[in-house]
Design a protein. Sequence first.
Length: 82
Amino acid sequence: MESVSGKFEKAVTERSGADIEIIDQGSGSPVLVPSKVRINGVEVLIPAGAKIHIGEITDDEAVTVTLTMFARRVVIAAEDDL
């Protein structure tokens, strides 16, 4: 029986984290209130009052950001089916 690894080769792609910008447009409050969020330079819509969770920032691990945003379209498919 032929092994799967002999039949297919994995494509090697360089991956990197996303640039997340959380922007307060001067609410006048001492507490930052995000009014804009950009992912890789593209502004995304977030629901009013949505909470943004930012994981602990350390030198050893990637920072995680969890946010709720509006999606125009969601596609879940195998890459070859797109």
